[in-house]
Ligand binder design. Sequence first.
Ligand SMILES: [Zn+2]
Length: 139
Amino acid sequence: MRAAARGVEAVRLPDATFRWDWWPENLRKDPVDKGIRLVVLGTTLTLSNNLSDWLELALCLVREQRPRLTVSATIEVACWCDPDHNMHVVRSEERLVGTATALTEAFESAADAVVRWAGENRDPLVHRTAAGLPNPEPR
Ligand SMILES: [Zn+2]
């Protein structure tokens, strides 16, 4: 898992800060509300941001009913809908795991997805168009 995590860190933009956020207290909780995700570990890589439009990759572990966790990798873009939803997940890979072995495999797979996506197109317009979402008016 550490090697996979280092692989994710390596695809950040030059000069971009990087960190993993960690909420170990969420490991001891059970989700009670479907609308609230108990994130245990996560990071976000901003690969495009011109202040009005952006694209980010995220990898996180979310607490489900114990002992399960969801491992997810996502591509997220700015929303240009009316009304504004702030952001949209345009691609994702999620796995529900319940053992240490499955967690390791799912984390490595999610990290591979993030690394692979970082090598693909970083234009949020391309991803919104592919997802059937509205784009900003051309200037
Ligand atoms: Zn939207």
